[in-house]
Design a protein around this ligand. Structure first.
Ligand code: MN
Ligand code: MN
Length: 320
């Protein structure tokens, strides 16, 4: 990369230039962009929660994640990732949705992501409930072909219907699989747990060829070895990371709509994302943060940090 380009790269606004409690709270205090043209990676919000089945509030997720992200600094002291030294990154703002119509919202999201992905930009999405993963995967598949997936969640999100509806926050991966958007033999679901309508609910996923790693298999251990297996499974395929914050234990991330006990730790969440370094990550999301149930802001803070970690494993990031 030329030094000219280096100077032109967007940078987060530093805390010495403007105190962290001041200024406009874009994601990481990055410049806001109107289009994805020229961007390698963008942060983009999808404030939508009419796909939720229990507590709502994820429509406020993008704004609150941005608010908590003002404390984030450019360099990753654990991995030495320096994303802003080589990538053009900006906050694209929010995708407009229709708060009265989920089907129309899904259409609007897909159109917005067609434009982002079509510009060659890799989106990191701030949700929003998990419904949004389906139209995002549709847009990504048009550009990259069928996708490998790393899906962190307490829930499999492969219901056929919910209350008779095909589109909801518990159905996105069912719809994506039906449409041939995914490479199931290169997909891993991590953190699944809790109670179901049938004892064999997760076996539907296994029958599709998906590797299911239930939360109990993750308890009290490092996930570094698991991620080596995940990387081998993904290989050179384009891969999407979909991170439902309820994959983490409610002790770490209480502000979410459908909490389940016995979940992953923040440390394991970091190991999962950092374990995706070297893969062809074409996009990622962080969904289901519900600020009204997040009384301390902790969940949004965790979400902001995990979204930054996603940036740090995007192709082209330099490590110092
Ligand atoms: Mn989910
Ligand atoms: Mn979930």
């Amino acid at each position: 990369m030329s030094s000219e380009r280096q100077r032109e790269l967007n940078q987060p606004l530093g805390g010495n230039a403007m105190p962290r409690f001041g200024g406009i709270a874009t994601m990481m205090r990055l410049p806001q962009a109107q289009t994805a043209a020229g961007l390698d990676v963008c942060f983009v919000g999808v404030p939508l929660d009419i796909g939720t089945s229990n507590r709502s509030g994820a429509r406020f997720g993008p704004r609150q994640i941005r608010c908590e992200s003002v404390l984030l600094r450019p360099y990753n002291l654990a991995t030495r990732a320096a994303p802003f030294d080589s990538l053009q990154v900006a906050d694209l703002g929010d995708v407009a949705t229709n708060p009265y119509d989920l089907k129309d919202s899904v259409r609007m999201i897909e159109e917005a992501y067609d434009e982002i992905v079509g510009a060659g930009c890799r989106p990191i999405t701030l949700g929003g409930d998990h419904t949004i993963a389906w139209p995002i995967l549709r847009a990504l598949k048009k550009r990259h072909g069928p996708l490998a997936v790393v899906h962190v969640d307490a829930h499999a999100d492969v219901n056929d219907t919910m209350n008779g509806e095909k589109i909801a926050h518990g159905t996105p991966f069912r719809r994506a699989i039906e449409e041939g958007l995914l490479q199931c033999d290169r997909m891993t679901q991590i953190g699944l747990r809790g109670t179901g309508y049938h004892a064999d609910d997760f076996d539907w996923c296994r029958r599709q060829g998906i590797t299911v790693v239930q939360a109990e298999a993750c308890w009290i251990r490092s996930l570094v070895p698991l991620m080596a297996e995940v990387r081998a499974r993904v290989g050179d395929a384009p891969v999407y990371l979909s991170f439902d914050i309820d994959g983490l234990d409610p002790a770490f991330a209480p502000g979410t709509g459908t909490p389940e006990i016995g979940g992953l730790s923040v440390y394991q969440g970091l190991e999962i994302i950092r374990g995706m370094r070297g893969l062809n990550v074409v996009g990622a999301d962080l969904v289901e943060v519900s600020p009204p149930y997040d009384t301390t802001g902790t969940t949004a803070l965790v979400g902001a940090n995990l979204a930054y970690e996603m940036l740090c494993v995007m192709p082209g990031v330099q490590f110092r």
